[in-house]
Design a protein around this ligand. Structure first.
Ligand code: ZN
Length: 323
């Protein structure tokens, strides 16, 4: 992972490169922003350059290779042990940091998911942040900076990251996954600027399963309760991806609304299903689309609160079918 291969986040990249150039690397950074948009990639590119034997992140020296293989002895990766980052983990990290670096001039610690500190862990870490050892660099990554102690936040140099614009992500996906422009744009729109979603298991959901899900959804009608219940069956099994499926349904109805209001096609998400969208546009009214969107919203609300999933899905689909 090098700075050159990172798409977007230009400003953040420049800040880090400038710190390297001027040898003013802070002793603690807080990379904050939504999940899966490249914070960790940026952190690894930064660390690789810091530790590289010729200072460029060459990718060839033994130091760069060890960073890439995540086995550099001077880098300590910390993530939640179960649900939380515990005080014992911070204590053993502090033990590590008190030793001399083995192969470089730095001891670097990367804490991924910094929002998961227990109170004890956060307070213990605060000590390390308050009295930084020379040569120690801490990089905290979080998608919920508001969950960190204000005292931790204020002792780090904060670097906010935002989602990549749809077009930028689409270009990257088209290259990386060898997709045509339309498919890449659809995937980018559904992934909401998240590499993790676009490159991970969601890719199959967004590209392969989506047309079928939308077809089943638009086939529902008020008179046909059996298909409604069997579709609820099908959705209930999708535990991991259910919220993403609801996002897909929402994007579908939103697209039809946009068509109704003669918005330009590039605003649509499901660009590859234009015919289906146009057909549905002829069949439905704005009022009915708004009811369907409301049904999705309310299902999302209930599912987040761990109500009976099955019931929430049935009610949602019945309201959609009847609208
Ligand atoms: Zn190198």
């Amino acid at each position: 992972m090098t700075f050159d291969t990172i798409i977007g986040h230009k400003q953040q990249k420049n800040i880090l490169l400038k710190a390297l150039d001027s040898q003013h690397v802070a002793h603690a950074y807080l990379f904050e922003g939504p999940d899966g948009i490249g914070k960790r990639m940026m952190a690894l590119a930064f660390v690789r350059t810091i530790l590289c034997k010729d200072g460029t992140g060459c990718g060839k020296c033994h130091s760069c290779l060890k960073v890439d293989h995540e086995n550099h002895p001077d880098i300590h990766l910390l993530t939640a042990d179960g649900a939380a980052i515990k005080i014992a983990q911070i204590r053993s990290l502090q033990q590590e940091l008190s030793l001399r670096p083995l192969e470089s001039h730095y001891k670097i610690c990367l804490i991924d998911g910094a929002e998961h500190f227990t109170n004890g862990a956060a307070n213990a870490l605060l000590k390390t942040l308050e009295e930084p050892q020379p040569g120690t660099i801490m990089i905290l990554l979080t998608n919920h900076p508001e969950k960190l102690l204000p005292t931790i936040r204020s002792r780090c140099q904060r670097l906010p990251f935002s989602r990549l614009p749809k077009q930028q992500l689409a270009i990257m996906l088209a290259q990386k996954l060898e997709l045509d422009d339309t498919t890449a744009t659809v995937l980018a729109a559904l992934s909401e600027g998240s590499f993790k979603k676009a490159l991970g298991s969601n890719r199959d959901l967004f590209l392969e399963k989506r047309p079928k899900l939308i077809q089943s959804l638009s086939a529902l009608s008020a008179g046909s309760t059996i298909p409604t219940f069997s579709f609820a069956d099908e959705l209930e099994m999708e535990k991991e991806t259910l919220t993403d499926i609801l996002d897909i349904f929402q994007s579908f109805y939103r697209d039809i609304l946009l068509l109704k209001h003669n918005r330009p096609e590039e605003e649509l998400v499901n660009l590859d299903l234009l015919e289906v969208l146009r057909h549905q546009n002829d069949l439905t009214t704005s009022a009915s689309l708004l009811v369907k969107l409301k049904a999705l919203d309310s299902a999302r609300f209930h599912l987040q609160r761990n109500v009976n999933r099955r019931l929430a899905l049935e009610v949602m689909l019945m309201r959609i079918a009847a609208a």
